[in-house]
Structure formats: C-alpha cells, structure tokens
Design a protein around this ligand. Sequence first.
Ligand code: ZN
Length: 252
Amino acid sequence: MFVAFTLARAQLLTPEIEIEGWWTSLDVAMADVIELYKHHGTHEQFHSEIKTDLDLERLPSGKFDTNDAVVHLAAFTSDNGSYGNSLPSGMSAVPFDGYVGPGSEIYGLPLVGPIPHWGDTYDKPLLGCVFQDPHYRSHTGADFPVNEGTPIHTTIAGKVVWAGSNGPWGNLVVVENNGYQVWLAHLSSVQVVEGQILNYGDVVGSSGNTGNSTGAHLHYGIHQKTGEQSAVWLNPQSFFSADEYIYIGCSD
Ligand SMILES: [Zn+2]
C-alpha cells in the first residue's frame, strides 16, 4: 500500500509569556496544601538518606512495589555506622584519631537561631528525621531541615579529623575529642581544615544540600569509639533538650 503524506507548512511561535501554575483537587485550606508540599520535601530527603545508607544510585520511579521493598529493607537494616563490611562507593572511612583535649563534653545544637527555612524564620532549629526514626530505622543521626548557607557550629571542642567531600555525606566535617566524633554532613561550604583544633561553638561551615541529599538540611551524627575496630552511633537527642528545637517530623 502506498500512503502519501502532505506536511502543512507551519510556523513555530515562541511564547512571550510563560505561565507557571499549580492546581490541586484537595479540598483543604491553602495553608494545608503548602504544609503538605513541605512534607513532600521532607519525604524526598528521607528517600535520599535511604539511598546513602543502602548505597543506591537511585530508586526506581513509578515502581511502587520495588520502592516499598527498598524502604522496608532500609527499615530492617539497623545500621550502627559500620555499613556492614564495606563502605558505599565514593565514601571514605573517618577513623578515630585518638585526640584528647579540653572541652570534650557534647551539648547544645550545631544550629543557633534564628533559623531560616522555607521563607520563614524560627528561633529554634527544626528537627526532621530523628535518630533511627520509625520511618527510617537505619538513620544514624538527627536531621535539621535548614536553608543552605546557614552557619554550622561544632557541639564539641576538639580536633578536625575530616574536612571535605565524602561520598554520599557530601561536604562533611568531623570533630573528635576523647573517643567521640561529631559529624556535620551535606554542607555547602567547609570553613575548617583537618588538624585544626576548635573551641566549642566554632563555625565549621555552612549548611547545604551536597551528597545524597535532595533537600537542604543538616545531618548531625555522634559517633562513639567502643573498641579497637568498633564504634556506635549515639542518639544526638541525648545531648540536647526538648526545649531546644521544634519537631516537625520525618515523613509518612
Ligand atoms: Zn540524616
């Protein structure tokens, strides 16, 4: 069979004005829609940290059963910071240096108000996914959603044992003293160097969205040496009090 096509001559027009808009079928108040949108951002971050812990490049889009399996796997992979017997690709271990100096007590928070987030300003840091969050059992620290570029302070005096890029952690600063390491991850910039001795509260860099992170936040971890080759992650919430933050939750 022979088919002939006739192409009409058409002119491509470039629009002078582009309109971006959203619509929703949700029968709720505008403020609630915005709130849900924020939770979506937190959920994106939740996914990204699962990818960090399980060393996944990406989660399959649209394959809900597979995603569900991955999320359950993450929930059952109770990670004490060892990452099994191997480190995810691109990640370097941060061995304990053995530094012992004054001011090894850990207290307070790495963020000091006012805290900018989502166009609002808060007098206290916002706490998102907590240590071993029910939504995210393998989580090794506490997450504080915060705009990029916010100063990050060390919660321990001590020696900088890591300052720079570290795979899925993004730009990472680790400060050590007396068998404890304070981890500050996903930074946009690092303002200290390895070997530097810090006082409590010194700024180590700025918050960011580097590494396996799809929403600006600070990951705050506390690693304790327990033996020659062993260490455990501690719950950072043991080192600050409930009136020092605003809990916004992880994700549903
Ligand atoms: Zn985290």
